[in-house]
Design a protein around this ligand. Structure first.
Ligand code: PBG
Length: 323
């Protein structure tokens, strides 16, 4: 036997030397949930260790993450039913919870990179990502709302705008609107291949944003499809996206690799709430070693081709020196 691949695995020094993929704090994006009130930090029951923060608590959380080397945050609002309506008007109201939170984070921590979410669902009385009329999602009318929301977020100081709604044409629509209003420096991270997934369940608990009727299958993608991801990604590229996102991550590693091989833009992957909840539940029962499972999952998402990983594990990973 001339070739013995085990020689390159014989010591930690050699294993490190030949390691093909690395995971660094700069690859991680931490999603954070915001809620009304003062000194509130309510744990999401289906996501142990993840909280809805009032704005004052959010600022403390951002500060402690920055100290750990975690620089990039994706913010999501949890809103009372009473402020929701059919047209998601709360999403661009001048002094809304979400816009205040963005402004305060950027004022106190200009070095933090703030990603903001563009979609109607947290603000919609229908719990959908678009305007609903007679059970149908109205694509082009929704673009107008997404545009207003994006501009309001850019005004508040967003570094990167992330449309998660899956309406057709939204990246180009938002890009043109931002450019026309002096925000050509604001980036767009597009949820390009976002699948209609069971793994969003805990997130919808966190925001109380589940659809009140129907499902999201007329806009989010069929989990059976790969080719369709190429269509979505090429449109987003032509429309001016700066990042292409695949979501969820773990059940879609093939899609991450497909986009990585076919496009030049950096790929982001969203290690979603349900993926987090599974690991936490198993670890709590002693069925999995949390550190090993989490680092293996994140490394696999990197190996598949993602530069950036949105993950609820981000703070744990850095606080416990798992990488
Ligand atoms: C909706 C949105 C969802 C997530 C991010 N933005 C859920 C959905 O489409 O219903 C899910 C994130 C997660 O599960 O962690 N615009």
């Amino acid at each position: 036997m001339l070739s013995r691949p085990r020689r390159n695995r014989k010591s930690e020094a050699i294993r490190q030397m030949v390691q093909e993929t690395r995971l660094h704090a700069s690859n991680l994006i931490f999603p954070l949930f915001i809620t009304e009130g003062d000194r509130r930090k309510d744990e999401v029951s289906s996501m142990p260790g993840i909280f809805r923060h009032s704005v004052d608590e959010l600022l403390k959380e951002v500060e402690s993450c920055l100290k750990l080397g975690l620089t990039t945050f994706d913010l999501f609002p949890h809103l009372e039913e009473s402020v929701k309506d059919r047209y998601a008007t709360e999403s661009y109201r001048e002094n809304s919870l979400y816009l205040r939170a963005i402004r305060q984070v950027k004022e106190e921590f200009p070095e933090a990179c703030v990603i903001t979410d563009v979609a109607m669902d947290p603000y919609s009385s229908d719990g959908h990502d678009g305007i609903v009329e007679n059970g149908e999602i109205l694509n082009d009318e929704t673009l107008e709302v997404l545009g207003r929301m994006s501009l309001a977020q850019a005004h508040a100081g967003a570094d990167i705008i992330a449309p998660s709604d899956m309406m057709d044409g939204r990246v180009g629509y938002i890009r043109e609107l931002l450019d026309a209003n002096g925000f050509s420096h604001v980036s767009i991270m597009s949820y390009s291949a976002k699948y209609a997934s069971a793994f969003y369940g805990p997130f919808r608990d966190a925001l109380q944003s589940a659809p009140k009727h129907g499902d999201k299958k007329t806009y989010q993608m069929n989990p059976a499809n790969q080719q369709e991801a190429l269509i979505e990604a090429s449109l987003d590229t032509q429309e001016g996206a700066d990042f292409l996102m695949v979501k969820p991550a773990l059940a879609y590693l093939d899609v991450i690799r497909l986009l990585k091989d076919n496009f030049d833009l950096p790929i982001a992957a969203y290690n979603v709430s349900g993926e987090y909840a599974m690991v936490k539940a198993a670890a709590k029962n002693g069925w999995l070693n949390e550190q090993r499972a989490v680092t293996e999952i994140l490394m696999s998402i990197r190996r598949a081709g993602a530069s950036a990983i949105l993950t609820y594990h981000a703070k744990d990973v850095l606080a416990n020196n798992w990488i």
